[in-house]
Design a protein around this ligand. Structure first.
Ligand code: Z5A
Length: 228
């Protein structure tokens, strides 16, 4: 008798503001449910927890926080759900995350001082994310800040400014490039896929499904940890 060692897949959707993450994570969730796959949808920041409420207040500019303090709160918000993610995966429930550690690094490392220097170093931003459950697949919804700006609701929160979004996009490209290179060298199990999110919703959705579908029957490898 053979014993299946498979666990459920962990999929992250990343991207700039208004790239369609919420639209597409919801579609993916519904599609997986329809296909009979057990699945949980998690969104970061999770604004419902005590830490998430502090993040929400900062994003809405109703409170001020030191750049390091807010970075650590975003990271803590992931750590408070890390064991839940792991339990789901080992129990056979797929997890889809709307934003994850990659957003944490890209947004904080894109902050600049009044003289245009990075306010926080890339390495400093990456450190608190080390050891979080590593996704099997990251779907990066790529969009130009110009197209994103034309979509509904843009500009209501603190980071929704075009010059910041340009820097965030560059940092996402750096992070994605590193993950792709590390996967090629066999150092990580995470696959990073870049999806053109400037297209019509159904076309983007169809491409995402084609990338997720091969994972729905489970993943053989043990859950890895980010950057360790
Ligand atoms: N942040 C951080 O700094 N550190 C961290 O660790 C984390 C986050 C996790 C809030 O994130 C901020 O927190 C965010 C990053 C930072 N700041 N910024 N910028 P959030 O995820 O809560 O909020 P958000 O980035 O503003 O996401 P969003 O509002 O959820 O946008 P979205 O999910 O990418 O897009 P959407 O809601 O699916 O769609 C936006 C609109 O576009 C809506 O009207 C849709 O109907 C429309 N849409 C969607 N797809 C299409 C297509 N294909 N064509 C045309 N229109 C479309």
């Amino acid at each position: 008798m053979s014993i299946s060692l498979k666990r459920a897949p962990f999929v992250v959707i990343e991207g700039l503001d208004r790239s369609g993450k919420t639209t597409q994570t919801t579609r993916l969730y519904d599609r997986l449910k329809e296909a009979g796959v057990a699945v949980e949808l998690i969104k970061f920041p999770d604004r419902t927890t005590a830490i998430g409420k502090m993040i929400d207040s900062y994003l809405r500019s109703t409170s001020e926080l030191d750049d390091r303090a807010i970075h650590l709160l975003f990271s803590a918000n992931r750590w408070e759900l890390a064991s839940t993610i792991e339990k789901h995966l080992n129990a056979g429930t797929a997890v889809i995350c709307d934003r994850y550690a990659f957003s944490g690094i890209a947004f904080s490392a894109s902050k600049i001082t009044p003289t245009g220097e990075p306010a926080l170093s890339f390495e400093w931003c990456l450190n608190p994310e080390k050891g979080l459950p590593a996704p099997d697949l990251v779907l990066f919804l790529d969009i130009t800040p110009e197209i994103a700006r034309k979509r509904g609701g843009y500009g209501q929160e603190r980071y929704e400014k075009e010059e910041m979004q340009f820097r965030v996009r560059k940092l996402f490209q750096r992070i994605g490039g590193d993950v792709i290179a590390e996967k090629r060298d066999g150092k990580v199990n995470t696959t990073w896929e870049i999806v053109d999110a400037g297209r019509e919703r159904d076309i983007v959705g169809a491409e995402l499904w084609s990338l997720v579908q091969p994972l729905v029957n489970g993943v053989e490898s043990q859950l890895a940890r980010l950057w360790i």
